[in-house]
Design a protein around this ligand. Structure first.
Ligand code: ACO
Length: 312
């Protein structure tokens, strides 16, 4: 049996904050922000709740997959910014989409969350617990951002990405595996208290990211027997263009293989990777047999990578 991506979708809320907007709010400049992060704009959910974005992305992915609510027998939502502490956003989403009484839960693994959520869904499908899973990563990070702190406020945006994963009896292809890990003793480097604001030691997270992304890539590819040059695209978590370029340089990857959205959307935590995936899919840039490597890191501190072979 295998699990493949049957459809993808995304939602970016309509309001946009530019670097010029931040220069009016705090002591910063377009030159500093672009030079240190690569970010130019980010979308902000002023009126949309997290579940509104999750619903829009999920509906787009279901339409792309050609499936109806009755087909979905599992929902996993990755979020660290739910509208309420509980119930799970996945249950709200189930209600919005009129899904039957199926498995619904949230995953809290911050920016690595989509890779974690895919792992949960893929393994449940492979062990016979579900056939068609809706995996959504939806984040309203700006609800936790301190807009007086120039060192963090410029980094984050809101958005949601979704994928429908389907199992069938064909051999090979689809989800080829993942490597997932966390280092809780570094947890203080990036955290948010209930109802509070995001706190980050930027340097520490930066160093962690540059160290663990290659570790995740090598452990994953070592377990699947692939090499990075086999991959058509690498989709890294989008926290900072300098982190992305460090990974690209380490493996001497051509620029066109490494997907970048951070310039337009900033860091949307776990939503970054599925939004980038949907952009590739909707632009018709994916062909059957293409290998896609996703790699991320985030609060936890968590990290991980996943490998897919595209195609039905
Ligand atoms: N505008 C102007 N100056 C600024 C700004 C700003 N927006 N922010 C910081 N500065 C200043 C600092 O105060 C400092 O000034 P000083 O030298 O007088 O003290 C100077 O610029 C340099 O600051 P650094 O912190 O050294 O800047 P750096 O180049 O390291 O960039 C950044 C900081 C962008 C936060 C970087 O460390 C980073 O990207 N870290 C990783 C962040 C990350 O990946 N987070 C993951 C979050 S994921 C999740 O799970 C939510």
């Amino acid at each position: 049996m295998r699990v493949y991506v049957a459809g993808t979708g995304r939602c970016l809320p309509p309001d946009v904050l530019t670097n010029a907007d931040f220069a009016r709010m705090v002591d910063t400049s377009d030159e500093w922000i672009v030079g240190h992060t690569g970010i130019r704009t980010r979308h902000i959910a002023r009126t949309m709740k997290n579940v509104d974005m999750a619903e829009a992305a999920a509906r787009a992915a279901m339409e792309n997959a050609g499936c109806t609510p009755a087909d979905i027998d599992m929902v996993v939502v990755s979020t660290v910014t739910p509208d309420r502490m509980y119930p799970a956003l996945a249950c709200d989403l189930q209600n919005r989409l009129d899904l039957p009484d199926v498995f619904c839960m949230d995953v809290s693994a911050a920016c690595s969350g989509f890779i974690y959520a895919v792992d949960v869904a893929a393994r449940r499908i492979l062990t016979g617990g579900a056939r068609t899973a809706l995996v959504v990563a939806s984040e309203k990070l700006t609800a936790t951002v301190d807009y007086t702190d120039r060192t963090t406020c410029i980094l984050f945006g809101d958005g949601a990405g979704a994928a429908v994963l389907r199992g069938d009896e064909k051999e090979g292809g689809g989800w080829l595996g993942s490597f997932l890990a966390a280092r809780g003793d570094d947890g203080a480097a990036l955290h948010c208290m209930p109802g509070g604001q995001l706190k980050m030691e930027g340097h520490e997270v930066f160093r962690f990211a540059v160290r663990v992304m290659p570790e995740a890539i090598e452990k994953l590819l070592g377990s699947t027997g692939h090499v990075i040059s086999d991959c058509k695209f690498v989709i890294p978590h989008q926290a900072n263009l300098r982190i992305i370029r460090a990974v690209q340089r380490r493996y001497a990857l051509p620029e066109e293989k490494v997907v970048v959205t951070v310039d337009r959307y900033g860091n949307m935590s776990s939503a970054c990777i599925p939004i980038a995936l949907d952009e590739l899919n909707q632009a018709g840039r994916l062909e059957p047999g293409d290998l896609l490597l996703m790699v991320g890191f985030g609060a936890g501190l968590t990290y991980g990578a996943a490998l897919f072979e595209w195609g039905e």
